[in-house]
Write a protein that binds this ligand. Structure first.
Ligand code: NAD
Length: 436
């Protein structure tokens, strides 16, 4: 079923020259893949490329959940594994009304490339359940999670496929998945998920890992461009886990955080904001908006403010043909997944704006998830300094490899990251050969 969907999607992508706005996520992922293919070195035979364009496996599950009022409601969930060429599949699980099979397949493919860019021994996966968690009680979410886990337990496991939190799932959901899986196998299996609470095998430093990885990349990019982070002007869109911690870490580096935003709007102070105070205000009032001494701005205005570093850390598709010409940042550090549309990438490249692409810039999260899994399967835990110093090594090595590829091929950084990642996975597939 998945293969048929993927094949017909591929045909439609190749037949038409359509703007990225009209593509579904899988078509978008396949278009990015096709863009990288001519640069692969050595050339990869077509059969292997065809394999990489499709997910290896997609499981669709329709399952019942007993609701608090005693009624039974049916839910649909997915788990897609794009590749297990380099190791177990790895990727988050999201609970959202708009989850589709195409979306989880695309996200699984992007996870393969993200793991390959940072050189961790995983393939890509993603899962989701079509539901609106805001309409469910905590007990209903627990029952939904446990039943979904039981349904997908035939393909997940510490050595097969390791879920993690994504949109509307959190450490508690990971704990329920870990417990349900462990009940099935008959022993505690912490390595089946990452992003767990510390008490049951979570890793120190995981909460800050995405932002920390982003900041390691920003430091490297700033050095390359000759920008002193001391006093550099920073704008952050989105003030959740990734955005608020990135702002705090950059502030510690001496940067001036001049504007931040959340879903309710943005705040701007050209003299600088204290990100810790802004976070306290957001916790107390529910938004960054209304922070004393700052002007209110819209999210659209925020993205085009004059600054040195722009950190999109909220949603996808924020930077596009319509605003890319007006962006004034020197560095765009994509803490968010998919904040830049392909048309904007070319505009930024032509304008000399240095984009740190998402699969590199926010890979600190999956990297520390990998460290969590390594600790879990060894039952041997690291201190936070060890986690952070290993993360720094991984991010710096990946950053340098992406930039070297971009310079060697004369392409923008996202294409370079994709070329590097696809090359690594394609080589693994060719070395393993085609079974039987
Ligand atoms: P989060 O839910 O903690 O925070 C999201 C923030 O974005 C919130 O402050 C929210 O108010 C804000 N936001 C929502 N809609 C907005 C809008 N229209 N304009 C401006 N702000 C808006 O989520 P997060 O974990 O920080 O994730 C943010 C991004 O980073 C996502 O794209 C996610 O996929 C990506 N990411 C996160 C991690 C991680 O480990 N947290 C890892 C990799 C990638």
């Amino acid at each position: 079923m998945a293969d048929r969907a993927a094949t017909s999607t591929m045909a439609s992508v190749r037949d038409k020259e359509v703007s990225s706005r009209e593509l579904n996520p899988l078509e978008m992922a396949q278009r990015q893949f096709d863009e990288a293919v001519p640069y692969l070195d050595p050339k990869i035979p077509e059969g292997y490329l065809a394999k990489l364009r499709m997910p290896e496996r997609v499981l669709v599950v329709n399952f019942p959940v007993i609701m608090d009022d005693g009624s039974i409601q049916m839910f649909t969930g997915y788990r897609a594994q794009h590749s297990t060429a380099c190791g177990p599949a790895k990727g988050g699980i999201r609970y959202h009304p708009q989850v589709t099979m195409e979306e989880v397949c695309a996200l699984a493919m992007w996870m393969t490339w993200k793991c390959a860019v940072v050189g961790i021994p995983y393939g890509g996966a993603k899962g989701g359940v079509v539901c609106d968690p805001k309409q469910l009680s905590e007990r209903e979410i627990e029952r939904l999670t446990r039943r979904y886990t039981a349904e997908i337990s035939i393909i997940i496991g510490p050595h097969k496929d390791i879920p993690a939190p994504d949109v509307n799932t959190n450490p508690q959901v990971m704990a329920w998945i870990m417990d349900t899986y462990s009940m099935g196998v008959g022993y505690a299996a912490p390595g089946v998920t990452t992003g767990k609470p510390i008490e049951i095998g979570g890793s120190l430093g995981r909460r800050e890992a995405t932002a920390r990885g982003t900041v390691f990349c920003i430091r490297r990019a700033a050095k390359k461009l000759g920008i002193d982070l001391e006093g550099a002007e920073v704008v952050v869109q989105g003030y959740g886990n990734a955005g608020s911690i990135a702002a705090q870490l950059l502030y510690e580096d001496g940067a001036k955080i001049i504007a931040v935003s959340d879903s309710k709007g943005g705040i701007y102070n050209p003299h600088g904001l204290d990100p810790n105070e802004v976070l306290r205000h957001k916790r107390e009032t529910g938004s960054v908006v209304g922070f004393p001494g700052a002007d209110v701005i819209t999210n659209e205005e925020l993205l085009v403010l004059p600054c040195d570093i722009l950190v999109p850390a909220a949603l996808e598709k924020q930077l596009h043909e319509g605003n890319a010409d007006k962006v004034k940042a020197k560095i765009i550090a994509e803490a968010a997944n998919g904040p830049t549309e392909p048309e904007a990438d070319h505009i930024f490249f032509d304008r000399g704006i240095f984009v740190i692409p998402d699969i590199l810039c926010n890979a600190g999260g999956v990297t520390v998830s990998y460290f969590e899994w390594v600790q879990d399967i060894q039952f041997f835990f690291w201190d936070e300094d060890q986690v952070n110093s290993h993360l720094e090594q991984v991010m710096n090595r990946a950053f340098d490899a992406v930039i070297a590829t971009a310079e060697e091929k004369g392409v923008h950084n996202r294409l370079a990251a994709n070329i590097l990642a696809i090359n690594r996975v394609a080589r693994a597939i060719m070395l393993r050969g085609i079974y039987p």
